[in-house]
Design a protein around this ligand. Structure first.
Ligand code: FES
Length: 295
């Protein structure tokens, strides 16, 4: 058997294997080897509103390396069901600890919400590319748009942007005010927070995209970041493009592995002006809004 590494250009390793009359060709993204599997210990659990939870965990091997917009794959249980790990955005971190913020929406999140302090869970991370923060964002007006549980990675992002003295405004939307439990936490950090709800139980009645569009009549930001349901992201993409505002969007996708092995998370993304099936877990989850091809 011959193994030949034929390229280590940029971030890919291409491997060609020849054995008797058979040949195999593999292409690995070297970023796929930079994450870590770790047993994390839950240090705090908080219930936020009716069905949102915040879990803090000690995971020093992963915590210190994390960037806003990256995510973890969490093994919910050691039982056979549910088998697959679930993806969760990193909500906040320090050198030793990580936080995730999630809504109890199904079997996996229900089991996770019942964990207690001292319980151990297996996590894989930090995964994905994360949001890009450029030097030129210093003191610039930056808008964040979060829909429902899509708020989770925006807190970590807002704290990093604050270090750049960016002028941050958050648009936070949900069906009703019970879907906006994080609003006070942003306000404590002195981040201007505008809330919208579909039932009118907050200051603005309507979709968060309507609120965002309304605010653009007052002032245009230098950059936009958004995370939330696909319909919201598509609309933010359209509005941003119409106003020539650059934007980065964090896409959601069903994930099997979280690190590029299963191809279960692909979306069509424009690369060099051509549509390419890209892995949300590995090439994203954050993409430039102008590159996303919406179905
Ligand atoms: Fe497996 Fe993306 S989740 S390739």
């Amino acid at each position: 058997m011959k193994i030949l590494i034929i390229s280590k250009r940029l971030i890919y390793v291409k491997v060609f294997i020849a054995q008797k009359n058979q040949f195999w060709y593999f292409k690995f993204n070297i970023k796929s080897f930079m994450f870590k599997n770790q047993t994390a210990v839950i240090t705090r659990k908080e219930r936020w509103g009716s069905d949102y939870f915040l879990l803090s965990m000690e995971a020093p091997g992963i915590a210190g390396k994390s960037k806003p917009g990256q995510f973890l794959m969490v093994r919910i249980t050691n039982n056979p069901y549910p088998l697959l790990r679930r993806p969760f955005s990193i909500h906040d971190h320090n050198e030793r600890n990580l936080e995730i913020f999630f809504q109890n929406t199904g079997v996996g999140t229900s089991i996770l919400s019942q964990k207690q302090e001292g319980d151990k869970i297996e996590i894989l991370g930090p995964l994905g590319n994360g949001f890009h923060i450029e030097d030129e964002f210093k003191q610039k007006k930056i808008y964040l748009v979060g829909g429902g549980r899509g708020i989770a990675p925006l807190y970590f992002l807002a704290l990093e942007l604050k270090k750049e003295n960016s002028d941050i405004k958050l648009f936070y939307g949900g069906k009703s005010s019970t879907d906006l439990p994080m609003a006070p936490k942003f306000k404590i950090e002195k981040i201007k927070t505008l809330c919208s709800t579909e039932d009118g139980s907050s200051e603005f009645k309507g979709l968060v995209t309507d609120l965002f569009q309304k605010e653009l009549k007052v002032s245009i930001p230098f950059f936009v970041y958004a995370c939330g349901p696909e319909g919201m992201l598509k609309k933010i993409s359209e509005i941003s493009r119409a106003h020539s505002i650059p934007a980065e969007l964090s896409l959601e996708s069903i994930m099997g592995c979280g690190f590029g092995a299963c191809w279960g998370c692909v979306k069509k993304i424009k690369k060099e002006e051509r549509p390419v099936w890209s892995k949300v877990c590995e090439d994203g989850p954050v993409f430039n809004a102008k590159d996303i091809i919406w179905d």
